[in-house]
Design a protein. Structure first.
Lengths: 217, 252, 273
């Protein structure tokens, strides 16, 4: 079994990786590149289901064990069940017809639960960023002072009130973004890319195996 | 204003909860009776959306049951939506239809069975004994993903970035200060992130310049992050004021 | 001073809330000057020719969590395209974006009497992230044999003659995370060399300036401010422009807190020493 459990996956990773690289350089392999990319998409779709199963399983375990707050896990399951029911009902067309995105229970729940909840969750961060900035943003060192000055210039320069205060603010803000910020980002981009390429090569050559999980699996 | 967990604070919190829910009910009653909110599914949807938004905002006071309820409902609804999209947009169109409802002139596309099988192998992670099968699928995805990344990353994020960094420093007889700063910034940041040698002497000096460039960049990031978070807050408050409370907000 | 530094954070929340709500309720003028990066996008679309069937491909890669920042810029962009009679093909790489993208396209098209199939098409969503970009770059009808309504691509005027992303006159990614601009550049623009621009959340914008300078993209709209600039350029102020009032005051409030926090900190430090 060690061949099937450890060696075969490494061979598959090497072959798939090598083909992924070769298809970039060989023009006649475009059809193969398309087909393998399609395979990737199909397998990836199944992996999304795996993630959702993990989430629901966690909440189910809480309900089964009657842990503190299990009622909220029941709310998660109810929300999931209702939404999935409406999705499969598909406004009467059923699960084998194209999805109706204009009418139906699923659209109603999307517009009146998912969209406002998602927006609100992220908008909470505005309050926390203000609180965190007040408590911790201190110009204790030269570097921190540079950070603070840059932040203030950009915050004023990117909104209309900056031009109202001084015409120099939008100009300075734009220059900060296109020159020193751009240079730093490029340095980070090149460095991160070199690291990513090195990691990808390690995976293809079987040096990096953490993605395969535990030996006992 | 920080709450302890004593019974007196608990009864104050209960009072706040009752006032909050009561005020929400009264406002909605007023909006419906005055005709500003329709008495149909749209109206109910607006009330639900506003209620969920306010329940989530109640976290700013402190963590509470209303917030947890809204949060858990959101999680369940999103999960089902993702499953629906994966079914309709991927499995149905890429697997089911090509196999069981193919175009007459093409016939069933049997080759799609291979990725389907690999996808089902992934599901074996849910079962104890067959979990080694999932490694074959993971190896394919990870291997192919790694192979796809290497040449493209090198081309777009390394090679195409080096050329524009090496701009002429003298143009039309004058010193191009921006080009010099860009070159200095990129090199000094790369030196800063090189940990294979000690940052002392000249290397230490260049590394320090790199830190200054990074601080400007992080300051810019902070400014843009504040902008982004405030934008989201503006959007939600606009929804509550304009769509729910039906106030006429001035456009400009 | 220590008490001021340790003030209950809920007072700060109230200040932020007031700083954002009051400008929403009170109208006042603030000039908006479009930046070079937004103007470049506008000029590119202005330069497209509807009589030649020029087509803009837009990837709506954002969900409900960032709809406030992204929807105004997407809407302004679509208004510009539909007003000029430029064809639009829409897609999304994230599942949560399907409903938003569909509504945006239909609602904006209705303002100009643009017809589905003749003036715009929405392909929908498929899982696969950057690999989907690769697929579309090589064979668009093969990747999406039908649009989201089940119509074969060859039956629609907009997509009849489109073979791949190479046939697009302008590709714009409106993205709030992954997959997004990085993936479109690596797997799309670098390989197929189509003219490319992006709209993104303000958080991500600083990361993309290297691509602008390297001319891998020719334009960038950043957050609500970018949307406000584009609305100003097309002469149709809407939610993004209206949002600039509370945005400006909100920024001032946070800057005041930062400066006050520093003054209180250094004053307290001086007293202690």
């Amino acid at each position: 079994m060690p061949f099937l459990q450890r060696t075969l996956p490494l061979i598959i990773a090497f072959v798939a990786g090598a083909l992924g690289i070769i298809t970039f350089y060989v023009p006649d392999m475009e059809a193969f590149e398309t087909e393998s990319a399609t395979w990737y998409r199909v397998i990836f779709a199944f992996s999304m289901v795996l993630g959702i199963h993990s989430l629901l399983n966690m909440h189910w375990a809480r309900i089964r064990r009657q842990e503190a707050g299990w009622g909220f896990s029941a709310v998660t399951w109810i929300g999931f069940g209702l939404m999935l029911l409406f999705a499969l009902y598909n406004n009467g067309s059923g699960p084998f017809a194209p999805l109706d995105l204009k009418r139906g229970g699923m659209v109603w729940m999307y517009d009146h639960i998912q969209v406002p909840a998602g927006s609100t969750m992220f908008s909470l961060l505005a309050f926390f960023i203000a609180s965190a900035a007040y408590r911790t943003f201190r110009a204790r060192t030269v570097e921190a002072a540079i950070l603070l000055v840059a932040a203030v210039i950009v915050m004023l320069g990117r909104v209309p009130i900056g031009a109202f205060i001084s015409e120099a603010l939008p100009t300075m803000s734009q220059w900060l973004m296109t020159t020193p910020n751009m240079a730093a980002r490029r340095g980070i981009l090149i460095g991160v890319s070199l690291g990513a390429v090195a990691t990808a090569l390690r995976i293809i050559f079987g040096i990096e195996r953490s993605y395969l999980g535990e030996e006992s699996d | 204003m920080e709450s302890d967990l004593g019974p007196q604070t608990s009864s104050r919190d209960r009072l706040i909860f009752v006032v909050f829910v009561g005020a929400f009910a009264l406002i909605n009653g007023g909006l419906i009776l005055s005709g500003r909110l329709p008495t149909n599914w749209d109206g109910l949807g607006l009330i639900l959306a506003a209620g969920i938004s306010l329940a989530l905002y109640s976290f700013l006071y402190e963590d509470n049951a209303l917030f947890k309820f809204a949060e858990h409902l959101y999680v369940g609804v999103v999960a089902a939506y993702e499953v629906a999209q994966v079914w309709y947009q991927n499995i149905l169109t890429d697997v089911f239809n090509p196999l069981f409802r193919p175009a007459a002139e093409v016939g069933p596309e049997w080759v799609v069975l291979i990725p389907t099988l690999l996808g089902l192998f992934l599901m074996t992670r849910l079962v104890g004994r067959g979990v080694w099968l999932s490694r074959l699928s993971i190896a394919f995805i990870v291997g192919l993903g790694s192979g796809l990344v290497i040449p493209r990353r090198i081309a777009s994020f390394i090679l195409q970035q080096i050329g524009p960094t090496m701009q002429p420093l003298w143009t039309d007889g004058s010193f191009a200060i921006d080009a010099f700063l860009i070159l200095l910034g990129v090199v000094s940041v790369l030196v800063y992130f090189s940990f294979s040698f000690e940052h002392t002497g000249v290397v230490g000096g260049v590394s320090r310049i790199g830190i200054w460039f990074l601080m400007i960049s992080f300051g810019a990031s902070f400014g843009f992050t504040v902008m982004a978070r405030l934008s989201l807050l503006i959007g939600q408050l606009t929804f509550l004021l304009e769509d729910w409370l039906t106030l006429d907000l001035p456009l400009w | 001073m220590d008490r001021l530094l340790n003030i209950d954070r809920r007072y700060i929340f109230i200040a932020v809330f007031v700083g954002v709500v009051l400008p929403l309720l009170i109208g006042f003028d603030l000039p908006i000057k479009p930046t070079k990066n937004v103007r470049a996008m506008y000029d590119t679309i202005e330069g497209l020719n509807p009589d030649d069937g020029d087509t803009v491909f837009i990837s709506f890669d954002f969900g409900p969590s960032t709809i406030t920042e992204m929807e105004p810029m997407a809407r302004a962009l679509l208004r510009h395209c539909f007003r000029r009679g430029i064809r639009v093909i829409g897609v999304t790489l994230i599942a949560e974006g399907v409903g938003i993208a569909q509504n945006l396209l239909d609602d904006t098209a209705a303002e100009f009497g643009s017809q589905y199939g003749r003036d715009y098409v929405f392909l929908g969503f498929k899982a696969g992230n950057e690999v989907l970009i690769l697929n579309m770059g090589q064979d668009l009808p093969g990747t999406f044999p039908t649009d989201i309504k089940g119509n074969a691509l060859e039956s629609l005027a907009v997509t009849r003659d489109i073979k791949s992303l190479r046939d697009m006159d302008y590709v714009i990614d409106i993205a709030s995370g992954y997959p997004g601009v990085d993936e479109w550049i690596q797997f799309g623009q670098e390989r197929y060399r189509f003219p490319f621009a992006a709209g993104c959340t303000a958080v991500m914008a600083p990361d993309f300036f290297p691509f602008l300078q390297a001319e891998q993209m020719n334009g960038l709209m950043a957050g609500l401010g970018g949307g406000a600039e584009y609305e100003t350029l097309i002469g149709r102020p809407d939610k993004a422009v209206a949002g600039m009032r509370p945005q400006s005051v909100g920024h001032l409030v946070i800057i005041m807190f930062i400066l006050f926090g520093n003054v209180a900190y250094f004053a307290g430090k001086k007293n202690r020493s």
